[in-house]
Design a protein around this ligand. Structure first.
Ligand code: HCA
Ligand code: CU
Length: 380
């Protein structure tokens, strides 16, 4: 799993998210942030979708970003002509190949698909830019059909072929098998796109890379059709576990939070509490056993290092599960003068049935250590 690239589709798949209505300025800000973060490619909505999409595509191509700019089109010559006019670095072509989509969407057979794919690919290539050909709904398509389409486009020099789990039905083992098979059939790069309807989008992306895929589609916070696709941050978390050095060398990781906040604001959602890396409790430790070990060595209960992402670790000290080690470390941090016995008193539960006045311990509220400190502000 080295030498993989991100095709960031917040400005294409993400625009299909129910709450996304990007104006030009917002699109430019997101494109700039993604480029600064270091994604290799930014994919934009088809210029055939609307005049605005066409104009914005041109604008973003003129920004001089580090990332390469792609646009995403149907397998039609009309769309391809518009796409190459905008100044993009590459064109991603897609067509439905499953019997569902062939029957209820475009109504074309495999021979027709191959013929039109070749025509559109050759046209885009003649303009000297990159071209990718992808099948939609790949996991519900006939394998023989799929492989014959991919073989045909590989032969005429397509840069990448794409597999898309459009409905989010695939599991990691199926992904591994299909990508592995395809790896043996084509010599070009392999891109993969996974929807998250059954919660497998990150795992599927990882398995695709293990099986020889080279490019993964993401969107910030996973936004897209329905509940979206592989999230950028989640893929980064997974790849940091797999190969931290390589991942760190490619991306500006402390920027992740800013990129996510930018997109969250633009589509008026909040970052989920359990988001990998940036979720509000992603680096919060609570149970006494965990806190003690974390204080001794963070690797005991952390596979990712918060400092790699400009984040801070937080040890929860305001709960019934708190052990005295955690309170002691907070006491030291606040430079309070307390003995170990006093610290232990703080976490000793008061007997439940004694009236407060008879309690041997001061009531908890009286202690100066209890105010809730949010994970975002507390450092340890
Ligand atoms: C869609 C298209 C797509 C395309 C994926 C790709 C999908 O249905 O909106 O081009 O790789 O999920 O199939 O997003
Ligand atoms: Cu999609």
């Amino acid at each position: 799993t080295s030498n993989w690239k991100i095709i960031e589709s917040t400005l294409r798949e993400g625009e299909q998210f129910a709450n996304a209505f990007f104006d030009t300025e917002t699109k430019m800000k997101i494109a700039q942030a993604l480029s600064d973060f270091g994604v290799e490619y930014i994919e934009l909505t088809s210029p055939a979708a609307s005049q605005q999409s066409y104009d914005d595509c041109k604008r973003i191509c003129n920004m001089g970003l580090k990332s390469k700019i792609l646009t995403h089109i149907r397998c039609h010559m009309d769309d391809a002509k518009l796409a190459v006019e905008t100044g993009v670095d590459g064109v991603d072509i897609v067509i439905g190949t499953s019997s569902f989509l062939r029957k209820y969407s475009h109504g074309k057979d495999i021979t027709y698909i191959i013929k039109s794919a070749i025509e559109v690919i050759e046209f885009v290539k003649s303009k000297g830019i990159e071209v990718r050909f992808s099948s939609e709904d790949s996991f519900r398509s006939d394998l023989v059909d799929l492989l014959s389409i991919y073989r045909a486009v590989d032969k005429i020099g397509v840069n990448r072929v794409g597999i898309a789990d459009t409905v989010g039905c695939a599991n990691p083992r199926q992904v591994y098998d299909l990508v592995r098979t395809l790896r043996g059939v084509v010599s070009c790069d392999i891109e993969c796109h996974f929807h998250d309807d059954s919660g497998c989008a990150i795992a599927n992306a990882y398995c695709a890379l293990e099986a020889g895929a080279t490019h993964i589609d993401t969107s910030v916070l996973g936004i897209g059709e329905r509940n979206g696709i592989t999230p950028l941050g989640g893929l980064i978390a997974r790849m940091m576990v797999a190969d931290a050095e390589y991942t760190k060398s490619k991306y500006n990781l402390p920027m992740l939070r800013e990129v996510e906040n930018l997109v969250a604001d633009a589509v008026q959602i909040s970052v989920p509490f359990n988001n990998p890396i940036t979720g509000f409790c992603a680096f919060t430790h609570k149970a006494g056993i965990h806190a003690k070990a974390i204080l001794a060595n963070p690797s005991t209960y952390e596979i990712l290092k918060p400092e790699d992402f400009g984040m801070s670790r937080y040890i929860d000290i305001g709960s019934r599960l708190t052990g005295w080690n955690a309170v002691k470390s907070r006491v030291e941090q606040l430079e309070l003068d307390m003995s170990d016995d006093q610290v232990k008193d703080v976490v000793r539960p008061s007997p439940p049935c004694l009236p407060l006045a008879l309690s041997p311990l001061p009531p908890r509220q009286a202690l100066t250590l209890s105010p809730h400190v949010s994970p975002q502000t507390a450092k340890i």
